[in-house]
Design a protein around this ligand. Structure first.
Ligand code: FUB
Ligand code: ZN
Length: 650
């Protein structure tokens, strides 16, 4: 199949220069290897059991009696997480598939096969397949694409089908989904008798591109582009559809088309607005379509949206979407800490989007952000033992925010699980005559650079230490470029090839050091990244962080927890000159670097009964200890704080 665009919209320009390697080509060990094992051994089987306990199998299995609704409608309207349970099964299948790449596991495979068999029985002769509409709302299918998640569920099932086929060669689910897509193509489109709709929750766009890349069948790519191009066009499909349902204009629980980003055609959108996960998935799909078609009009829009997100609307953790009301964005610089919604799925989505930006344009700002969202906003969403989860990821807690076993909206656990299980595909990238390393971590990869294969081995204790040693073994001596991401936070970076020091500044453009040479099998590259503790200050427009600092070491953002600190966290102030010692503690939180130092604490002893008085409380020194944000709430419950008060300079 040709990759040529079929529409004049698709002006030829930047196509993807890099692609993620297939998952089996990368073996992750060390920090990420431990997480993958946790997902494989604990999270994947737990997800299945908890779906069972939540009654989800009863809904999807056509051989069981139709169950009662168990998740109440929200806002008295028509939103209920139960409506998109199929998507959770899709993500569980995807997670299991990635784990199976690591090693065959009959129990895990059976878990998937059982789910696939159920969906095989559920699918209707015309190809339609959605458990909510078939079992809970018969007769209502395709009547409310704005809210109903049919295409979202199809997207997740499709991603699961592609991943499971790639992992095992089993194509039953893939065939189910191909039949379902045939059905979707007959119902949706701009042809006579079709509904010119698009998903109310984006996701299927990127899934279709994955399917296209697997099958080479262009109809899938064209459908992805249709969804991207059609979104927000006039007349607005969701308005017409609402009229058919008899709704008055604007009579909708979310009230604004910005909520699911259909307020304007995607190329005209310039602010990240609305529901955060929807936005991240949409931008990821746009990037995929831009890369496939070389569509610069999409790429330009994405760069604008990226600048808006990272410049005005992103937490230091790579979390986003402060508001619970719309699970999304509010105003520029509105980044409250304690009430931050910052859904785990949104940070996972940012990782997806960033990797796709890197595929088009190898720029460190995308790689740095991918890493920041991954290690902080996303990874915080799962406990160290892989069994309990966060949905919201606030940056401050008074001790009342805890991980849960299950949620009435269980979207986040399988999302972080599938990301972790496939992390190898985010670490490396393959190009023609070049390869790139985005993430550092103990691993081996065999990468295809067009002319041949190159084996790359990384030895490192990253993220706790900044030294990385690579052994580069091409299948035969070859000339190619190896690009290494040099994070913007790294100081005193050093690079040596076969023991010869090179000038990192001379090699580095846009955050990647490009080492182009005739490589011999066994060549070594030593990279040193300076991991000093950084104190970050927020833009003065972020009122919630005024007078406060956040601590970061390498990609890891830190927080204080009550369990480590003897005084209320907001009574602590960190003097600007306070030294912070970084120490690796093998026995703590599965082995982390902690930051320790002396700060000051306002003494309440001796204050008396007054609530207010003209004199400030006296201060005294206090020892503080900070731990990685991702690892918080894994011990005794208590307070947590990312943005610390800064003491005035001496
Ligand atoms: O609507 C499907 C998923 O549920 C969203 O992505 C999450 O934000 C949660 O609302
Ligand atoms: Zn979620």
């Amino acid at each position: 199949m040709s990759n040529q665009p079929t529409s004049p919209v698709a002006a030829m320009a930047t196509r993807a220069r890099f692609r993620p390697p297939p998952l089996p080509s990368v073996a992750m060990h060390g920090f990420w290897g431990r997480w993958i094992e946790t997902v494989r051994q604990t999270t994947a089987p737990i997800l299945r059991r908890r779906c069972e306990d939540a009654g989800m199998y009863e809904q999807i299995d056509p051989d069981r009696p139709v169950p009662k609704e168990t998740v109440p409608l929200k806002h008295g309207a028509n939103t209920s997480a139960q409506r998109f349970w199929d998507s959770d099964f899709g993500k569980i299948i995807e997670t299991a598939a990635y784990c199976l790449v690591r090693g065959r596991d009959p129990a895990l495979e059976k878990l998937v096969d059982d789910i696939v068999d159920i969906y095989g029985r559920l699918q209707l002769p015309d190809g339609y397949m959605n458990s909510w509409f078939q079992r809970m709302r018969p007769g209502k299918r395709w009547t409310n694409m704005r809210d109903d998640h049919e295409l979202y569920c199809a997207g997740h099932m499709l991603e699961g089908a592609v991943a499971y086929f790639q992992a095992t060669g089993k194509r039953k689910l893939l065939d189910i989904m191909l039949r379902y897509l045939e059905h979707i193509r007959t119902v949706i489109g701009t042809g006579p008798g079709q509904k010119p709709g698009y998903p109310g929750h984006q996701e299927i766009e990127l899934a279709l591109v994955r399917l296209y890349r697997l099958t080479g069948d262009r109809t899938h790519l064209d459908l992805a582009r249709y969804f991207i191009d059609q979104r927000g066009q006039d007349p607005k499909y969701f308005e017409a559809e609402a009229q058919v349902r008899g709704e008055k204009p604007g009579e909708w629980y979310q009230k604004t088309p910005e909520y699911n980003q259909w307020h304007a055609p995607v190329r005209e959108q310039d602010k990240v607005v609305g529901h955060a996960v929807r936005a991240m998935y949409m931008y990821s799909g746009m990037a995929d379509v831009a890369a496939e078609f070389g569509d610069d009009s999409l790429r330009v829009a994405l760069e604008r949206l990226w600048a808006d997100l990272v410049g005005k609307r992103l937490y230091v953790t790579g979390g986003m979407g402060p508001s619970a009301y719309n699970e999304g964005f509010t105003e520029d610089y509105d980044l409250p800490n304690e009430s931050a919604y910052a859904e785990t799925c949104a940070s996972v989505g940012l990782v997806f989007w960033a990797r796709r930006m890197l595929e088009m344009s190898l720029e460190g700002r995308y790689g740095d952000m991918m890493e920041q969202a991954l290690y902080n906003g996303a990874l915080a969403g799962i406990s160290l033992d892989g069994s309990v989860f966060f949905y919201e990821n606030p940056l401050e807690s008074r001790g009342n925010h805890h991980r849960w076993k299950w949620h009435r909206c269980p979207c986040c656990p399988p999302n972080i699980a599938r990301l972790l299980a496939s992390i190898g595909t985010y670490a490396y990238a393959e190009g023609q005559g070049e390869l790139a390393v985005h993430l550092y971590g103990e691993s081996e990869a065999t990468l295809d650079i067009g002319a041949g294969k190159v084996r790359v081995a990384q030895r490192t204790h990253y993220p706790w230490e900044g030294d990385v040693e690579f052994t580069i073994t091409p299948d035969q001596p070859r000339s190619f470029a190896l690009s290494l991401r040099i994070p913007a936070w790294s100081h005193a970076t050093q690079i040596a090839v076969n023991g010869v020091q090179l000038d990192p500044a001379a090699l580095t453009t846009e955050g990647y050091a490009r080492i182009e040479r005739a490589w011999q099998p066994g060549d070594t590259v030593r990279l040193h990244l300076g991991l000093g503790v950084q104190r970050l200050h927020a833009n003065p427009n972020v009122r919630q962080d005024a007078g406060r600092v956040a601590l970061r070491r390498g990609p890891i953002v830190y927080c204080l927890e009550g369990v480590d600190n003897s005084v209320p966290l907001n009574s602590i102030a960190l003097p600007p000159q306070a030294e912070l010692q970084a120490t690796f503690e093998a026995g703590l939180l599965d082995g982390v670097v902690v930051l320790q130092g002396t700060a000051t604490v306002a003494k309440s002893a001796g204050w008396g009964e007054e609530l207010y008085r003209p004199q400030p409380a006296p201060t005294e020194p206090v020892q503080i200890r900070a731990v990685p944000y991702f690892a918080w709430d894994n011990r005794a419950p208590g307070e947590m704080l990312v943005w610390l008060r800064e003491a005035p300079a001496d």
